[in-house]
Design a protein around this ligand. Structure first.
Ligand SMILES: [Fe+2]
Length: 168
């Protein structure tokens, strides 16, 4: 075989290999883009589902404090304050609900948010995804006797509820 023919074949091989490499590169890039699109659309879907499941934003109250119903107990956040640690922080435990009645925490029925206010100022706001252990949270804060702790919670099905205590 002539040298010129060998060179032609070698050039064609190099071109062929280059074209194959470039096409693999593009496929990898496209796969990564597809993955990004998938992740974003899954997140959007989760958010949409959460918003669709939160169907009640009515402000709710205990109708008669002399005879609180189990439904009202189930949605009233119970606030307890632990002793201060050596740095002055107390554990504030919030459970929904009260008087040994526990609010559900399932994919269909859960506490979608919880906000703690100290002396009227927002201290912490938590948003829960469906299905989490949403009915109890602990907060660490420096509080002293006489301060007002208010917790507002949202049940995705039964509206917005609150409770207030004064630190002893
Ligand atoms: Fe509920």
């Amino acid at each position: 075989m002539k040298k010129t023919n060998l060179l032609k074949i070698a050039r064609m091989l190099v071109m062929f290999i280059t074209v194959i490499s470039l096409s693999n590169c593009n496929e990898t890039q496209n796969n990564n883009e597809d993955k990004n699109i998938d992740t974003t659309s899954v997140k959007q879907e989760v958010k949409k589902t959460r918003e669709e499941l939160i169907v009640n934003r009515d402000t709710m109250h205990i109708a008669n404090t002399d005879s609180i119903t189990s439904f009202e107990n189930k949605h009233t956040p119970e606030i307890t304050v632990g002793n201060a640690d050596e740095k002055g922080f107390s554990k504030i435990i919030v459970k929904v609900g009260s008087n040994d009645i526990v609010h559900p925490s399932t994919d269909e029925h859960w506490i979608d948010f919880m906000t703690l206010y100290i002396d009227g100022k927002e201290f912490k706001h938590i948003e829960n995804e469906a299905g989490e252990g949403s009915n109890q949270h602990e907060f660490l804060a420096k509080v002293k006797a006489g301060q007002e702790l208010k917790v507002i919670i949202g049940c995705n099905l039964h509206g917005i509820w609150e409770n207030t205590i004064i630190v002893k």
